[in-house]
Ligand binder design. Structure first.
Ligand SMILES: Nc1nc2c([nH]c(=O)n2[C@@H]2O[C@H](COP(=O)(O)OP(=O)(O)OP(=O)(O)O)[C@@H](O)[C@H]2O)c(=O)[nH]1
Length: 134
């Protein structure tokens, strides 16, 4: 599999004070069992901002009130290539509810660095730590 046609994914770094929200991928999913920043695939008809809002609402009942582009990561896992479009969600409303039964938690910068993420997430974790401690 080559990275010429990566799957476009909208990803939210949702912060609250000095913490960020992380959720755990189900075992049967690609990169299953690892922690992630919530999000999902951008549909053909959508822009990334719309996809971000839709995925966060579907997965966690989060309503995005403000979001800014943070960084973009292209990664080839071999079996699948992804283009992660990462947005900082600095303001949200809605009581968080794991609609797909996935574990989730708020973690600070120190706790974040102890969790296992997919390989593509390394620069996202670094940028998020900088955001939280900065
Ligand atoms: N949401 C999210 N996806 C990530 C992160 N890091 C990372 O490599 N990915 C990859 O980006 C893709 C996200 O798509 P998805 O969450 O809609 O994928 P999925 O496994 O549900 O796919 P499926 O709908 O084909 O079952 C997956 O291949 C996932 O492994 C991350 O931090 N958040």
């Amino acid at each position: 599999m080559s990275a010429v046609n990566p799957v476009h994914v909208a990803v939210g770094v949702i912060t609250r004070g000095d913490c960020v929200l992380v959720s755990r991928r189900a075992d049967h999913q690609h990169q299953g069992g690892l922690w992630e920043f919530p999000g999902g695939k951008v549909e053909a008809h959508e822009d990334v901002r719309t996809a971000l809002a839709r995925e966060l609402k579907e997965e966690l009942n989060v309503t995005v009130e403000s979001a800014e582009p943070m960084l973009e990561v292209v990664h080839d896992y071999g079996d699948k290539a992804v283009r992660l479009d990462i947005w900082h969600v600095a303001m949200h409303t809605g009581e968080i509810r794991a609609n797909e039964g996935q574990p989730w938690q708020w973690v600070d910068a120190e706790q974040l660095q102890t969790l296992e993420f997919p390989a593509a997430n390394e620069p996202i974790v670094a940028a998020t730590v900088a955001l939280l401690v900065g």
